[in-house]
Design a protein around this ligand. Structure first.
Ligand SMILES: *[C@@H]1O[C@H](CO)[C@@H](O)[C@H](O)[C@H]1NC(C)=O
Ligand SMILES: *[C@@H]1O[C@H](CO)[C@@H](O)[C@H](O)[C@H]1NC(C)=O
Ligand SMILES: *[C@@H]1O[C@H](CO)[C@@H](O)[C@H](O)[C@H]1NC(C)=O
Length: 316
C-alpha cells in the first residue's frame, strides 16, 4: 500500500514536470498571440489530515487529493505525513506534541522547492487548527488561503464520539482528558489535550494549555501571530451543522461556550478575542478575509458536488 502510494506520487510529479514544460511552450506562444494573457500554474495545495487518519488513506485524504488533482489539472498536492510511515503518522495524530508537529511541518514546507512561491492549505478537523498554527508561526513560504474543514479553533470541551473503528483509543483518551487534561505530562503527550478548552476553568486553560491557548493569544500577545495570520488572503471555516463529534460545533466557526458554563455559546464576533482583536480576526473580517461556510451533515460529511461548488474556488 505504502509503496504504491509513493510510486503514484513520484509518477504524478514527473507528469507535472513534463506537462509544465509543454505548458511553457504554449504559454510563450499565447503570450505572443494574445498580448500577455496566459494561465498561471495552479497554486500548490498542502493538506493536513485529522485525528486517527493519515496522509494517504485511499478512502479519505487519498481520495481528496485525487479529487483535487482531477479538478485542477497540473496542481501539486502535498498531503502531509507526520512521521516516517503511515502507521506512525496515524499514531502521531494522538500522541505527538502538536508544537513538535507544527515545527516538523514548518521545516518540511520551507525545504520544499515546489512551495516557494506560496501555497494554499486545507486542514481536516484538528488539521485545521494545526495549519492555522503553521500560518501564524511560519510565514515563509507564504500561505495564501487557509481552508479549515471542521477545525476546532476554540478547542473542544467533550469527546462525544470518534471517527472510524478506533473507539477503544477514543475511550482511553476520554478518560485521560477527564482525569487531567491540563497536567503537564498529559499536555505533552496527548494531542487532544492540547486543544482541550474547559470553559469552567478558563484560568487553568490559559495557564496550562501548551498549544491552543498559545496560538489564540490567551497566554501573552505575540504580535507576529497577528501579523502572520493577516498575510492570509482568505481564512475559510467550514462548519458541519449537524456535527455529533465536535463539542461544541460552534468552535468550527471560532465560537465557543461562554466562559463559566457549558451550554450557552458565543460566536467569534461576540468573543473578546474578536472585540479586543488580539489575533487580528476582526480586522480580517472587516476586510472580507473570513469566510464562514455551513454544510448540513455530520463531521466531515460532504460530497464532491458540494466540494466543487464551495471549496474548489478557493484553490484556483
Ligand atoms: C512569537 O512567535 C514567534 C513565531 O512562532 C516565535 O518565534 C517567538 O518566539 C514568539 N514570541 C514570544 C514572545 O513567544
Ligand atoms: C494561573 O496563573 C496565574 C498567574 O501565574 C495564577 O495567579 C493563577 O492562580 C493560576 N490559575 C490557575 C487556575 O492555575
Ligand atoms: C442540521 O442542522 C441544521 C441547522 O441546525 C438544521 O436546520 C437541519 O434540519 C439539520 N439537519 C438534519 C438532517 O438534522
Amino acid at each position: 500500500m505504502a509503496a504504491s502510494v509513493v510510486q503514484c506520487h513520484v509518477t504524478g510529479r514527473k507528469w507535472t514536470m513534463a506537462a509544465s514544460s509543454i505548458a511553457l511552450v504554449f504559454a510563450a506562444l499565447v503570450l505572443c498571440l494574445c498580448d500577455g494573457q496566459y494561465e498561471a500554474e495552479p497554486v500548490p495545495l498542502v493538506i493536513w489530515h485529522g485525528m486517527g487518519d493519515s496522509c494517504c488513506n485511499p478512502f479519505s485524504m487519498g481520495a481528496v487529493k485525487k479529487m483535487v488533482e482531477r479538478q485542477i489539472p497540473g496542481i501539486y498536492v502535498l498531503s502531509l505525513r507526520i512521521g516516517n510511515s503511515i502507521t506512525e503518522d496515524m499514531k502521531n495524530s494522538f500522541f505527538l506534541n502538536v508544537n513538535e508537529q507544527v515545527d516538523f511541518v514548518c521545516k518540511e514546507l520551507a525545504l520544499n522547492s515546489l512551495l516557494q512561491n506560496g501555497y494554499n492549505s486545507m486542514g481536516f478537523s484538528q488539521g485545521g487548527q494545526f495549519l492555522r498554527a503553521v500560518a501564524q508561526r511560519c510565514p515563509s513560504p507564504r500561505m495564501k488561503n487557509l481552508i479549515s474543514i471542521g477545525g476546532q479553533h476554540q478547542g473542544v470541551y467533550g469527546f462525544p464520539r470518534c471517527p472510524g473503528e478506533i473507539s477503544k483509543i477514543c475511550d482511553q483518551i476520554r478518560k485521560v482528558l477527564n482525569f487531567g487534561a491540563y497536567t503537564r505530562y498529559v499536555q505533552e503527550h496527548l494531542v487532544q489535550a492540547e486543544y482541550w478548552h474547559d470553559p469552567l476553568n478558563e484560568d487553568e486553560y490559559r495557564n496550562s494549555s501548551i498549544f491552543l491557548a498559545d496560538i489564540n493569544q490567551e497566554k501573552q500577545l505575540n504580535n507576529s501571530y497577528k501579523n502572520n495570520i493577516q498575510l492570509l488572503e482568505k481564512f475559510v471555516m467550514v462548519k458541519f451543522l449537524n456535527d455529533t463529534m465536535v463539542d461544541p460545533p460552534d468552535t468550527e466557526w471560532f465560537g465557543f461556550y461562554q466562559s463559566g458554563q457549558s451550554s450557552k455559546t458565543v460566536t467569534l464576533q461576540e468573543s473578546t478575542l474578536y472585540t479586543d482583536d488580539r489575533l487580528g480576526l476582526r480586522e480580517m473580517d472587516k476586510a472580507g478575509k473570513l469566510v464562514f461556510i455551513g454544510v448540513e451533515g455530520d463531521h466531515l460529511q460532504f460530497n464532491e458536488e458540494w466540494f466543487t461548488k464551495n471549496i474548489i474556488p478557493f484553490l484556483l
